[in-house]
Unconditional design. Sequence first.
Length: 102
Amino acid sequence: MSDTKPANVQKRDTTFKQEHGAVAHLLKRKPEQAIARAVRGAQKLLDEAQNKQALNVLTLVKPILAKRPEAEQTEYWMMLATIHQAMGNPLAAQRAEENIRG
């Protein structure tokens, strides 16, 4: 039996590794771009129904969130709410939305 994975598992692993790596790299080198990339990467993973991986990629930028402009913080909280909705957790989504309002 071969060690190859089915095509859909390979794509899933590749997308997650790619997005996770890109965000981790930006956190170290260009933190001003990290939140936008994390939001974009999380959306890409959500489109592929990888909700937990999307949450993982998005939460990488949590340590720098407070230091970023309000518009970037709003993007983060909106994406977090979207991920929680996709995972079927409306209470967590509501808490994320409350962070947007203040």
